[in-house]
Write a protein that binds this ligand. Structure first.
Ligand SMILES: [Zn+2]
Length: 69
């Protein structure tokens, strides 16, 4: 499961975090964004993934089969 959905922009230094599913956040310089909250990790970048530093915290979810359906 996703504990924290968060990246740091290497250009402007902003740390942005998406806290819910439709919480779409840009950094100040608009080179990178995060989205998806604790449901999925969505990232955007301008040139490459080197535009940001990954700060998310993800824990393996070994009990996910219990929630199928
Ligand atoms: Zn930025």
């Amino acid at each position: 499961m996703i504990i924290k959905n968060c990246i740091k922009c290497k250009t402007c230094g902003d740390v942005i975090e998406s806290t819910h599913r439709h919480d779409f956040k840009y950094c100040s310089c608009k080179r990178v964004f995060v989205d998806g909250g604790h449901n999925y990790l969505r990232r955007g970048f301008t040139d490459s993934q080197d535009d940001y530093e990954e700060l998310s915290i993800i824990e393996p979810d070994e009990k996910s089969t219990e929630n199928l359906g």
